[in-house]
Design a protein around this ligand. Structure first.
Ligand code: AMP
Length: 194
C-alpha cells in the first residue's frame, strides 16, 4: 500500500506520517526532511537548495524526483511508502507514477488533509516559536501557501479522477485525524474502493 499524504504546508502531514510509521510497517518519504538533512550535513545539494527553501519557493522537480527514486531503489522490500510533501507539481506526480510502475508498484491512496488558512497561520506561528524553521516565518509561509495553491492543489483532480482521493478534516485533533486515516487504510485493505 503506497499512500500520498496531501495538503498545504503545516496541515499535519509529517505528524500523521510518523504515526503511521510507528503503527504500520510503512516508510515515510518526506522530500522536505531529505532536503533539510542535506543542508544539515552541508552537501552540495544542501547548499544549492538552502536559499530557495528559506524563501518558501519549490526546489526543481529534477532534484526531488531524484531523491525519491533513490529511496525507492534503497527500499525495494518496503511494505509501503508514505509520500509526505511529494509530489507537489504535475511533473512530479507523473514522475512518481512512472517510477512506481517501473518497480511494479503504484499509488494506492491519496489522503488530503483539509485545513483552513487561518488555522494554518496559527499552527505555523506556534511551530516557528518552538522550532525556529526559517521558512515558517510569515513572509516565507505565505509564499509556501501560494506555491501549494498554484502548483500542488491542481493535482487533486487527477487523483479524484483515478478514484484514489479521500478527504479528511485536518483541523480535528491529531488522534482524530489519525483514526480517520486508519479507517481509510483498513477499508482499502479489505478491498473497498474508497
Ligand atoms: P516541507 O517540509 O515539505 O514543507 O518542505 C520544505 C521546503 O522544501 C519546501 O518549501 C520546498 O522549498 C522544499 N520541498 C520539499 N518537498 C518538495 C517538493 N516535492 N518539490 C519541491 N520543493 C520541495
Amino acid at each position: 500500500m503506497n499512500l500520498i499524504l496531501f495538503g498545504p504546508p503545516a496541515a499535519g502531514k509529517g505528524t500523521q506520517a510518523k504515526k503511521l510509521v510507528a503503527e504500520r510497517a510503512f516508510l515515510q518519504l518526506s522530500t522536505g526532511d531529505m532536503l533539510r538533512a542535506a543542508r544539515t550535513s552541508g552537501t552540495e545539494l544542501g547548499k544549492r537548495v538552502a536559499g530557495i527553501m528559506d524563501s518558501g519557493a519549490l526546489v526543481s522537480d529534477d532534484i526531488v524526483i531524484a531523491l525519491i527514486e533513490e529511496q525507492l531503489d534503497r527500499n525495494p522490500k518496503a511494505a509501503g511508502f508514505i509520500f509526505d510533501g511529494f509530489p507537489r507539481t504535475i511533473p512530479q506526480a507523473n514522475a512518481l507514477d512512472a517510477a512506481l510502475a517501473k518497480r511494479g508498484k503504484k499509488v494506492d491512496a491519496v489522503i488530503r488533509l483539509k485545513v483552513d488558512e487561518a488555522g494554518l497561520l496559527d499552527r505555523v506561528t506556534k511551530r516557528f516559536e518552538a522550532e525556529g524553521r526559517a521558512d515558517d516565518n510569515p513572509e516565507a509561509f505565505k509564499k509556501r501557501l501560494a506555491a501549494y495553491n498554484a502548483q500542488t492543489a491542481p493535482l487533486l483532480p487527477k487523483y479524484a479522477q483515478e478514484g484514489k482521493l479521500t478527504e479528511i478534516d485536518g483541523m480535528a485533533s491529531v488522534d482524530a485525524v489519525a483514526a480517520a486515516i486508519s479507517r481509510r487504510l483498513d477499508a482499502a485493505g479489505k478491498g473497498a474502493k474508497t
